[in-house]
Design a protein around this ligand. Structure first.
Ligand code: TA6
Length: 293
């Protein structure tokens, strides 16, 4: 039986360039690789994000933890198994295009990337992406997607956030009751309804909640905290824990780590996927806050 984890520092490596944040409200770390928020620790709380001790920190490879940015598709590519799951922007370097310290004491960072001829073979459209990360008492991530081409395109997008929990078997997720979701555990995809107020965890959980703009709340009685994930510009929320068997199959996920993490992801995919007109911008944001209970 795995012992519950405690909210220790997210385990990160210095093998990729990163921005270290230290302000009066929080500390954290964002890699240029994937504009990947890897750590966020607001004053008075333990680490909020989760990172696998086995995560890779290497160009061309996704980081296992923090907040992967998924674009232009979510999950496996619908037709091509040779293409990376969750799209290609999480595994390539973005550039830091802006940063400032806000009057509130929070730090605001802006990262940018764009598709181009080198990505046409995977996705033949022109998109400019900007991720604005505001790190303070709350953590806000806003992904702006601009259609820089001459025709509309459809895409998926997700902020695939990994949270540290004391023990997922005692955690609950509130806020998603009353809607429909795709149960994707075990490689299936079965439509179901979320009637109960709380989602609890007794096995592999992979739920893609559709047509919801609700705030999700993680209740963590082990770490005595509640994590709120509010959002805008997102109609999908994903709740994921791999549990024992799936965790054991992931080389960048240690077998004993699954009780200490839980993903609540801010997304648009499946029946919520985006269609963006030429020159238009879609903004999708997650605002994360923590309260002791
Ligand atoms: O968001 C849940 C999910 O789609 C799961 O099905 C699982 O595949 C997870 O993402 C992690 O995907 P990754 O490609 O990062 O291993």
């Amino acid at each position: 039986m795995s012992t519950p984890s405690t909210a220790t520092e997210a385990i990160v490596r210095d093998t990729l360039p990163f921005v270290a944040v230290a302000n009066p409200l929080a500390t954290g770390r964002v890699y240029l690789h994937g504009a990947h928020v890897a750590q966020w620790r607001p004053v008075g709380h333990g680490e909020v994000l989760w990172m696998s001790a086995r995560s890779l920190f290497a160009d061309g490879k996704p980081i296992r933890g923090g907040v992967p940015v998924c674009f232009p598709w979510f999950g496996p590519h619908p037709e091509r198994s040779d293409l990376p799951a969750h799209g290609f922007v999480r595994s390539r370097a973005w550039r830091l295009s802006g940063h400032d310290e806000l009057p509130s004491g929070a730090t605001r960072l802006v990262f940018a990337t764009a598709t181009g001829p080198e990505t046409d073979a995977q996705w033949p459209h022109r998109a400019d992406l900007a991720l604005t990360v505001t790190m303070g008492t709350t953590l806000t991530l806003e992904l702006a997607i601009v259609n820089a081409g001459g025709a509309p395109f459809t895409c998926d997008a997700a902020l695939h956030t990994y949270f540290t929990v004391g023990d997922v078997r005692r955690a609950r997720v509130l806020g998603l009751q009353g809607g429909e979701y795709l149960d994707r555990a075990g490689g299936q995809s079965v439509r179901a309804r979320q009637d109960a107020d709380a989602i609890t965890f007794t096995g592999e959980t992979d739920r893609f909640h559709l047509a919801t703009e609700a705030e999700a709340v993680i209740e963590d009685p082990v770490l005595h905290r509640r994590i709120r994930i509010a959002k805008r510009g997102s109609r999908s929320t994903v709740v994921w824990n791999p549990w024992i068997a799936k965790a054991a199959k992931m080389p960048d996920f240690a077998d004993h780590e699954w009780p200490g993490m839980l993903c609540v992801e801010t997304a648009n995919a499946f029946s919520d996927r985006l269609t963006i007109a030429p020159g238009a911008t879609h903004r999708m944001a997650a605002e994360i806050s923590v309260e002791s209970v």
